[in-house]
Design a protein around this ligand. Structure first.
Ligand SMILES: CC(=O)N[C@H]1[C@@H](OP(=O)(O)OP(=O)(O)OC[C@H]2O[C@@H](n3ccc(=O)[nH]c3=O)[C@H](O)[C@@H]2O)O[C@H](CO)[C@@H](O)[C@@H]1O
Length: 358
């Protein structure tokens, strides 16, 4: 009988795509994989699009850091989620559960613990997210992307593995990206990605600067669900809500990137040596982890940073041009980086901690 593993993680793609990288390797080794996620989160769409991984939906509450009436109802959803996850896991009987965090993962980790199934967690950001903080006491190991994260965990529970990156991102073809976008080979391509859910402020600022940017660049813009502006369909400007299978080709085609500084995206751009202008999510809207991610990349010479409060069409244009003019310097710094894809290391840990089949 095959070894079996259940993955969880969701809410935004940053809590799903690292799982995809690990799933690919485990399946090649003969593991059977199932997924537990929320009823309507982006993880459902991503996993179901793959077509061959059983997906189980559980109720999940959002873990808010602010006052909201829903905070009163959500503990019940979380409790229902724990119960449902417990029952699903009891039936599937995996040898191990891998959690990439996001609020849906907490009930799954608790359900695993109640079933005495070992759990491994991965934390992508320098400071642990709330879901992973709550889950850590129930986990056998916490893998971290940044070495600086180790100090947030007690004892030897945390282990620095680095970022798990999907193998197919290294196999993109720039020609195919240009074909998908209707672009020519003679003009540089700027890729804009406001995080996996899109960013309204980045979308609006890019569109307000569009004519001036288009003089020098072709632009592929990942806008987020429901945020494509059909009225702005002009030559050299291609919009997508979200890109799944074609992403490697789009990334291969890009000469430079304007992006939020979600950990997974920036490590992918680093691995592909794409000069980046990072516009981190502000402290008003988050715990500030993207600002720390961006500062760390800027310090290493991989990126430029433009804070949201300084973002205007003029500052955007100036920063993009500065980035493109200095691209060789950024590429050279990225070539010196010692960051490695962590998929194989995480797979080894999973194999080490998985319960043995009776
Ligand atoms: C608003 C929010 O909560 N942001 C967090 C979220 O960001 P977010 O979900 O945006 O996460 P990341 O930038 O880390 O990762 C996004 C992932 O989605 C992929 N992708 C994106 C767009 C697309 O069209 N296709 C596609 O496949 C990227 O290649 C990447 O693998 O998780 C990150 C990792 O914990 C955190 O650092 C961010 O602070």
């Amino acid at each position: 009988m095959n070894n079996k593993i259940v993955f969880t993680g969701g809410g935004s793609a940053g809590h799903v795509t690292p799982n995809l990288a690990i799933i690919q390797s485990l399946r090649e080794k003969g593991w059977a994989v199932e997924y537990i996620g929320s009823k309507a989160g982006i993880e459902k769409q991503i996993i179901e699009n793959l077509g061959d991984i059983p997906y189980h939906a559980i109720p999940s509450g959002k873990l808010r850091r602010y006052l909201d009436l829903k905070n009163l109802k959500d503990p019940f959803h979380v409790m229902q989620g724990v119960l449902k996850a417990y029952r699903i896991l009891r039936k599937i009987k995996p040898q191990i559960v891998f959690s990439k965090g996001g609020f849906v993962s907490v009930p799954v980790v608790l359900g695993s613990w109640l079933n005495r199934i070992p759990v491994i967690i991965h934390e992508s950001d320098m400071t642990p997210g709330l879901a992973n903080k709550l889950s850590t006491p129930f986990a056998a190991k916490v893998c971290v992307t940044f070495p600086e994260s180790l100090r947030h965990f007690n004892g030897d529970k945390a282990i620095h593995t680095g970022p798990p990156i999907r193998r197919e991102l290294f196999q993109g073809k720039a020609d195919e990206g240009r074909r998908l976008c209707g672009f020519t080979a003679g003009k540089p391509v700027l890729m804009v990605m406001g995080g996996s859910l899109g960013s309204q402020i980045i979308n609006e600022t890019v569109r307000a600067t569009l004519d001036r940017l288009l003089e020098r660049y072709q632009i592929v813009h990942i806008c987020g669900k429901g945020m494509v502006d059909a009225g702005r369909s002009v030559k050299g400007y291609k919009q997508f809500e979200y890109i799944q299978a074609e992403l490697p080709h789009i990334m291969a085609m890009a000469d430079l990137v304007v992006s939020r500084s979600g950990s997974n995206s920036i490590f992918e751009f680093l691995a592909l040596k794409k000069p980046m202008l990072l516009i981190p999510l502000s402290k008003q809207a988050s715990r500030g982890d993207q600002i720390i991610n961006a500062q760390s990349f800027a310090k290493s010479g991989f990126s430029q940073v433009l804070l949201e409060e300084d973002l205007t069409p003029d500052t955007l244009l100036q920063a993009v041009n500065g980035l493109y003019d200095g691209r060789n310097r950024y590429i050279a710094a990225m070539k010196e980086s010692s960051v490695q894809n962590s998929v194989e290391r995480i797979v080894e840990l999973i194999e080490k901690h998985a319960k043995k089949r009776k």
